[in-house]
Design a protein around this ligand. Structure first.
Ligand SMILES: [Zn+2]
Length: 206
């Protein structure tokens, strides 16, 4: 397996930064409301969009970028068998999502997260030459499977610290019930939500 960004670099943690990451969008109902909540708290995030969803909602993808968030690669079709794909199919999935996002936003993604979070042993040989960095997370709310906002919030915030990478989904409306309280807690703890691009920008060698 290749390199995997789990936690933000030390420099970002020292600045008391954390990253909110939203997978599986954009969703025409949920994503615009997520964007408004983030604006209200001056929080920035990274959106791991599914390529075909992005292609179906180009205006929404442009809006994500326009508001200062980064749009990253979560494959084109989000197949749950992605980890078992051969190299040709992996390349197709990654490239189709790269070019879709790049053509909509004018910016080529630099981070990748696999569907269901499982990595193929071939994946790094596809990501590295494309300048894509693999990202996982330090905390997840299981908000795609759980419907109880309090439990999701607790999973995301118990022991929350600078440098954490939080995984959520803007494909399920429960995130709208979690996000205001989460953003409140971040500001109460003096933590700043930034995009992965911004958190990693000042990393030596980047
Ligand atoms: Zn996903």
């Amino acid at each position: 397996m290749g390199p995997n960004l789990v936690r933000l670099p030390e420099s970002a943690a020292r600045r008391k930064e954390i990253s909110l990451t939203f997978d599986d969008g954009p969703d025409p109902e949920v994503t615009p409301r997520v964007l408004d909540l983030l604006d209200r708290y001056q929080a920035k995030a990274s959106f791991f969009c599914i390529g075909e969803n992005a292609a179906a909602q180009p205006e929404l993808v442009r809006e994500i970028a326009r508001r200062g968030h980064s749009v990253e690669n979560h494959s084109y079709h989000h197949r749950h068998t992605f980890a078992f794909f051969g190299i040709t199919r992996l390349r197709r999935e990654v490239d189709a999502a790269q070019s879709t996002v790049a053509s909509i936003t004018g910016r080529t993604p630099v981070f990748f997260r696999a569907p269901a979070g499982f990595r193929s042993p071939f994946l790094d040989s596809v990501l590295a030459p494309r300048g894509l960095r693999y990202v996982s997370w330090t905390r997840r709310g299981f908000d795609a499977v759980s419907t109880d906002p309090r439990r999701i919030l607790k999973r995301l915030t118990k022991g929350l610290a600078a440098g954490d990478v939080l995984l959520m989904h803007d494909s399920a409306s429960v995130v709208l019930a979690v996000l205001p309280a989460l953003l409140e807690q971040l500001s109460a703890r003096g933590l700043k939500a930034v995009s992965l691009v911004s958190a990693c920008a000042s990393e030596p060698g980047e």
